[in-house]
Design a protein around this ligand. Structure first.
Ligand SMILES: [Zn+2]
Ligand SMILES: [Zn+2]
Length: 188
């Protein structure tokens, strides 16, 4: 099983003004610990930040996730699974937004915390809810890199979820069938 590398993605275009929409380190640390347990492989946070300003769509004020994944793939260590994590809001052209995107059977995935936060919906911030949603979304996108498609079992983390309500009802674990695929793909 390849190790997982978390890469913090932020907008570094505002030279002098620093990085914008960086994911919080404490959140990344908790995510890394959870993913290491779920996938039973080391998961570490890469110290270098990755600038995703190139992928920004001015009109939408969002970042194009497919372009980010392509760029991550070129920069990434081929002997690791790579998950980019950002607080920037992501999109693909046919959808209003995405929580994340992954290469099916590939090496790279990306997730955003932008819409996992209760503050986005005008509600008070809830740290534990943000973390729980991020853990599910990250496991889901990484699941796609093992070749998994969406699962019909609504409790499985591979169930499709394009709204936070759907994320909240599903579990953080893989069902038996999905877990088996991960074990086989990952050569445990
Ligand atoms: Zn999916
Ligand atoms: Zn499943």
């Amino acid at each position: 099983m390849k190790p997982i590398h978390l890469i913090p993605l932020a907008n570094g275009a505002g030279a002098g003004a620093g990085w914008a929409h960086e994911p919080e380190l404490s959140l990344l640390e908790q995510l890394a610990a959870s993913l290491a347990r779920t996938f039973r492989t080391p998961c570490r946070i890469r110290p270098d930040r990755f600038d995703l300003s190139f992928s920004r769509d001015e009109r939408r004020n969002q970042y194009y996730s497919t372009a980010i994944i392509q760029r991550l793939e070129r920069a990434a260590d081929p002997d690791a699974r790579v998950l980019g994590v950002t607080a920037c809001d992501l999109f693909v052209p046919v959808l209003t937004f995405v929580f994340g995107e992954a290469q099916l059977g590939g090496n790279c995935a990306v997730v955003s915390t932008a819409r996992l936060n209760e503050e986005f919906y005008g509600l008070p911030r809830r740290e534990e809810m943000l973390l729980e949603r991020l853990i599910k979304e990250a496991a889901h996108e990484l699941g796609h890199t093992f070749g998994l498609r969406h699962c019909m079992d609504w409790r499985c983390v591979m169930a499709s979820s394009h709204a936070v309500e759907r994320l909240d009802v599903k579990g953080a674990d893989f069902c038996k069938a999905c877990r088996t695929t991960i074990v086989e793909e990952g050569y445990w």
